[in-house]
Design a protein around this ligand. Structure first.
Ligand code: HEC
Length: 153
């Protein structure tokens, strides 16, 4: 074994491990939807703070459920109007957050299951589309601000 192989083999093995674990991380997180709901979401969704759709209110949830699980979950993760991104807590993984949404939908007239890796990919893609949109909006706002400052010199 050359000195190079000896030096780089562990590094390469590490890289492969990293790639393998990166693939399985979409499902990471052991908290159930109910646990996340109780610790994070309940504060607003039990009472309907700022018009948050109340869990158990089938009429409020019917149009949300009709959007589809990947769309609704992706949008909620990024944040919707008064709904803060990730419910205002960075402690849950995407999978855990998605389980909380499924738990809420199940208790509000839907039959959503905890998402598998395939559905989580669709949720991530939907969230990504929303992020691209809001990044563009923020960049436009920044350009406007810069133009304002420049004109005021
Ligand atoms: C600080 C209060 C607050 C917390 C905490 C909160 N939400 Fe919300 N949520 C809202 C409000 C307000 C809305 C309604 C937003 C609107 O339609 O204007 C909302 C809407 C939603 C919607 C519907 C989104 C849509 O596209 O209309 C989902 C799904 C949701 N929340 C899931 C969650 C989950 C899951 C958690 C916990 C991880 C959570 N929320 C925590 C306030 C909260």
């Amino acid at each position: 074994m050359s000195i190079h192989t000896r030096l780089f083999a562990p590094a390469i093995a590490l890289l492969f491990c990293h790639a393998a674990s990166a693939q399985s991380t979409l499902l990471q997180g052991k908290k159930s939807g109910e646990q996340v709901y109780k610790s994070v979401c309940m504060a607003c969704h039990e009472t309907g703070v700022a018009h948050a759709p109340k869990v158990g209110d089938r009429a409020a949830w019917a149009p949300l459920i009709a959007e589809g699980q990947h769309v609704l979950t992706g949008h909620a993760w990024v944040g919707v109007r008064a709904m803060p991104a990730r419910g205002g807590s960075n402690e849950s993984s995407l999978a855990e957050f998605a389980r909380a949404v499924a738990h809420m939908a199940r208790n509000s007239g839907g039959d959503w299951k905890d998402p598998d890796a395939k559905l989580l990919r669709q949720i991530a893609s939907e969230a990504d589309k929303r992020l691209v949109k809001s990044i563009k909006e923020q960049q436009a706002m920044q350009r406007e601000l810069h133009a304002l400052v420049k004109a005021a010199k």
